[in-house]
Each structure stands twice: as C-alpha cells, then as structure tokens.
Design a protein around this ligand. Structure first.
Ligand SMILES: C[S@@+](CC[C@H](N)C(=O)[O-])C[C@H]1O[C@@H](n2cnc3c(N)ncnc32)[C@H](O)[C@@H]1O
Length: 281
C-alpha cells in the first residue's frame, strides 16, 4: 500500500494532465459539464484505483463523469463497478448547452436515461444507474474507492451524502472529489469538510472549483455529527468558512472563501445553491 506521503507527492505532480483525448477512448465523446482537466482527473483516478470496491458518481447528468471514471477503471486491472446517481432529468436549456448534437426535447424535465444508457453502453455491465432524488437513496454497497460528489447543492443534501457514503471510504486509500467545493453558492461543503479534517487530507485543487481529498481515518457517527451543516446559523457557517480558508491556505487562494462569505451575508438563511444564485428570499 502507498504511504500517505507518497500519495501527497503523487497528486502534487498533477499527473492527470498527461491524460490525452486518445486515452479517454469512447469516454471522450460523452457530453459532460466537467472541465477538460476535471475529465482527465476522473480518468486518471479510475486508472490508479488501488482496491476492488465501488466507485460512486453522485450527480451524473448525461454520464460524462461516469464514462471518464469507467474508461480509467477499465485500465486499472482491478475489479470495479460504478454507481451513478441522478434524477436523470434535464431542462431544455442545459440539454441545448451540453448536448447540442442530441435532438432538443419539447419540454423541460426531459428524460435523460435513454441518452445516458447509450453513452455508457461500452461499459454497460460495469455501471448501475440509481434513478431519483439522492436524498432518498441509501448506500449498502460496501467499500467505496472513489466518491465523486457533484450533487450536494444544498446543506441538508451535504449532510445526507456524508452520512450515507463517507463511512464506506477506506482510510489510506479512498479518494473523495468534491466537485463544487469552491463554488460561492455552496459554502456548506467547506464548512462540512473543515470539521472532518482529521478524516480527510486535501490533495489537490483542480480548477475551476474542485478539491480532491484522501480519506485518512474512518468517518465515525461522532465525526459526522460534529460536521453537520444543515442546521448551522449564518454566523456559525461563516465561522467555519473562515476556518476552511485557513485550512486550505497554500492550496487555494482566499478569494473563493471571501465570495462564500459575501453570499451568506447577502442571502441570510438560504441553504440551497440555486436560491443563493437567484438571490431568492
Ligand atoms: C453538475 S451536474 C453533474 C455533471 C456530471 N457529473 C457531468 O460529468 O457532466 C449535477 C447533477 O446533479 C443532479 N442532482 C442534483 N441534485 C440532485 C438530487 N437531489 N438528486 C438527484 N440528482 C441530483 C442533477 O440532476 C445534475 O444532473
């Protein structure tokens, strides 16, 4: 097993940047909201996986993140299976933006499943689609090697994701990707993770807003309780964002954390990203 020091050095060299379009194989053609570097990271994470547990993809949209993970996992030499979670519904606006090649549906809430099944057909025996609200889903699938979180768009959901999935991460080995970590309208993510700093070690900031962590200790019920964010007052939330800014000093500039504080001040009590973005009250 790799030592934590070796893993830190491995990520510091940012080797995913060497992943080419050709390396991605059929995954390169699957539409995604990920940036090109995030796509390289997902493929590389799959390729370097060090155990035979599951990979969990929370927030799949058209299957872009899953495809990139799968194309890497297929080269890992390990047993693997990807569990992708989503409502698998899309607005017309997102459909037109991210899948311009697909015929535009007539209404919002369009069913993505036929598109996703086609996109993930090269790996169909290696992926399970979990359809519905992630807030209603439980995890009982054993150890998780890679957990990608791209759906904790509210504070209550962030608590649910942590409660269901974090305890299955394997200390010293499992990787957590917090895809939206530095988004100004999701300050609960860093507020949660800073309370789990004994359990997770930041490994890399992958632009634009993602952070990659190594699980270094079991996530216990007590740790989860201490890290809850759903019921925090604005004052406590801001305090934790400031602690997170200190924690990530050297890896992330303070600007994104300042933007989070500004959002909390501008939108007291709001705990859903889309509400903050729209400035709803
Ligand atoms: C940013 S997109 C994911 C992008 C995707 N990883 C990719 O590679 O293109 C976020 C996804 O999370 C899903 N999502 C957000 N909240 C959810 C929830 N509560 N339950 C199920 N899916 C959810 C949305 O439907 C959306 O497809």
């Amino acid at each position: 097993m790799q030592s934590t020091e070796d893993i830190v050095a491995e990520f510091a060299a940012r080797p995913w940047r060497g992943v080419s379009e050709a390396d991605l194989g059929p995954a390169a053609r699957v539409p995604t909201m990920l940036t090109p570097e995030e796509g390289q990271l997902y493929h590389w994470l799959g390729r370097r996986v060090a155990g035979d547990g599951a990979t969990v993809d929370l927030g799949a949209y058209a299957g872009g993140s899953a495809a990139r993970l799968l194309s890497g996992l297929a080269l890992s030499g390990r047993g693997f299976h990807v569990h992708s979670y989503d409502r698998f519904r899309s607005s017309r606006a997102f459909w037109a933006k991210f899948m311009p090649e697909e015929p535009l549906p007539e209404s919002d809430e369009a069913d993505l499943l036929p598109v996703v099944r086609r996109n993930l057909a090269p790996w169909q025996d290696k992926v399970t689609l979990h359809v519905g609200d992630i807030g209603d889903q439980r995890w009982s699938g054993g150890p998780v090697e890679i957990l990608s979180v791209d759906a904790a768009k509210g504070a209550v959901m962030a608590d649910h994701v942590a409660r269901e999935f974090f305890p299955s991460l394997v200390p010293g080995r499992s990787i957590l990707v917090q895809q939206d970590y530095l988004m100004s309208v999701q300050p609960w993510l860093c507020a949660q993770m800073v309370c789990l700093r004994d359990q997770f070690l930041p490994l890399a900031h992958v632009p634009k807003v993602g952070l990659v962590f190594l699980c270094v200790a079991p996530v216990t019920p007590a740790a989860l309780m201490a890290a809850q964010v759903g019921e925090l007052t604005d004052g406590k939330l801001m305090q934790r964002v400031r602690q997170a800014a200190d924690w990530h000093g050297g890896m992330v500039p303070r600007g994104p954390f300042k933007a989070m504080l500004d959002q909390i001040k501008a939108h007291p009590g709001l705990r859903l990203g889309w509400q903050m973005r729209r400035g709803a009250s």
